[in-house]
Design a protein around this ligand. Structure first.
Ligand code: EPU
Length: 417
């Protein structure tokens, strides 16, 4: 197993380019199931979760070829309708194949994903929505079995804002008979990206990015080519790295408008953020100021940036209150950040972080994807050496992160344990 060794204290400087979005690529890959043909998806990041999605598609009978950041997916030969436990437990997003398989073949059998390190993460709203579209659903031996003659448009009102649920039903409804209305839909940019791809395939989807999405079912879709949006969480992680180290970096290929909630909070913390000709410049102050955050569905503060923001607050001037409102167990990085000397107390879904002047490097363990990023950020600012183990979590969602940080002047290397 690999680990990262970081010698902290370097101010980050220079240019970095953001990779394609993981959380947009995954549903787009899955949506290729909806029609037979060859899709060319570009700006795909090299990640473990992408490999897992490719394995899922191959296990269904698709033929997938990668060339750099371009992936060709031929879905003509899909002849299986089952996603097994082995694959779904490795990556929960695999469960999204249920709707597209059902829409194209009228049947699907997909393992239930089970719990997750950051929360229970049920898929009840996905299943309820598919039932509203006319699917017959049974749960047996840990698998969801779904059947239908033809999905039919329906009005679906989500109890809570769900990114995966909105994506799942948008895909399933694309070829349903009649109109589907998704109300209280999630508004994340990744949903807009999926809708753009589906429309490229011939779907008629309006309103993605708002809380009401109208889908006029079409009789069939066709394979299409698409370029995935940039990864807003990777971009946000670099913004925080620059701010925390008192550095100055230019970030290329990011969409600042996807990160308004984060940018406003960073500006409140004293960070300079400017955008010119599509390049975002981030300059950290000598010491950031403390700021409170509450995670919310988009356009609120993203839960996927909470751990990294907390790392920054660990060295801020003052105390900050951080509330996590999306997942019930997303504070696992706290006890690892405390190993750097951070002063954090947690009560329920709220963490109070009292900024300290200096963190000190320590051996720490990654527990989930974004928690891993927060440990790297702490290590980049800490005095002395930090060793981050279990970085396979990191490889799920950040493309060559240590190489990108090293190119910005950080002292960080990956070694085999
Ligand atoms: N929820 C339900 N029932 C459902 C679906 C969701 O109660 O049927 C609850 C969840 O338990 C959670 C909340 O609704 O409390 C929001 O979950 P959501 O469905 O929006 O999350 P997701 O689709 O499973 C995606 C991202 C996550 C990101 C969340 C929130 C992907 C592949 N994953 O998950 O990304 O944190 O949206 O923005 O898009 C990550 O990249 O590190 C990551 C965890």
């Amino acid at each position: 197993m690999d680990k990262l060794i970081i010698k902290g204290g370097k101010k980050l400087k220079g240019d970095v380019t953001v990779s394609g979005s993981k959380n947009a690529s995954l549903p787009i890959f899955v949506a290729t199931i909806l029609a037979p043909g060859i899709n060319q998806i570009s700006n795909v990041p090299f990640l473990r979760d992408i490999n897992t999605t490719i394995k899922v598609l191959e296990s269904l009978g698709a033929h997938v070829e990668g060339n750099g950041n371009i992936v060709k997916i031929d879905t003509t030969g899909i002849n299986s309708h089952e996603a097994t436990y082995d694959l779904v437990k490795t990556m929960r997003a695999s469960v999204l194949v249920l709707g597209p398989l059902l829409a194209r073949f009228g049947k699907a059998r997909v393992s239930l994903p089970g719990g997750c390190a950051i929360g229970a993460r049920p898929i009840n709203l996905h299943l309820k929505g598919l039932q509203a579209l006319g699917a017959e659903i049974t749960l047996e031996h840990g698998y969801v079995e779904a059947r239908c003659r033809q999905l039919k448009g329906a009005r679906i009102n989500f109890d809570v804002s769900t990114v995966g649920g909105t994506e799942h039903l948008m895909m399933a409804a694309a070829t349903a008979k009649g109109e589907t209305l998704l109300e209280n839909a999630a508004r994340e940019p990744e949903i807009v990206d999926l809708a753009l791809y589906l429309n490229r395939m011939g779907a008629k989807i309006e309103g993605a990015g708002t809380d009401t999405i109208r889908i006029q079912g079409v009789s069939e879709l066709a394979a299409a080519d698409y370029e995935v949006m940039p990864d807003r969480i990777e971009a946000g992680t670099f913004m925080i790295a620059a701010a925390m180290t008192g550095g100055e970096i230019r970030i290329h290929r990011m969409k600042l408008e996807h990160l308004d909630a984060l940018s406003f909070k960073m500006q409140d913390a004293g960070v300079e953020i400017t955008s010119r000709d599509g390049v975002v410049m981030v300059k950290g102050p000598r010491r950031v100021k403390s700021v409170n955050i509450k995670t919310r569905p988009y356009p609120g503060f993203p839960t996927d940036m909470q751990a990294q923001f907390m790392a920054m607050m660990c060295v801020a001037d003052g105390a900050s209150v951080i509330s996590e409102n999306i997942f019930e167990n997303r504070f696992m990085h706290v006890s690892e950040l405390q190993r750097f000397g951070a002063d954090i107390t947690v009560e329920g879904s709220t963490a109070t972080v009292k900024g300290v002047k200096k963190l000190s490097g320590a051996p720490v363990m990654a527990t989930d994807l974004r928690a891993s990023a927060s440990l790297i950020l702490a290590g980049l600012t800490a005095e002395g050496t930090t060793e981050v183990t279990r970085i396979y979590h990191l490889d799920r969602g950040y493309e060559s992160i240590e190489k990108k940080f090293a190119a910005l002047g950080a002292d960080i290397v990956r070694v085999k344990e």
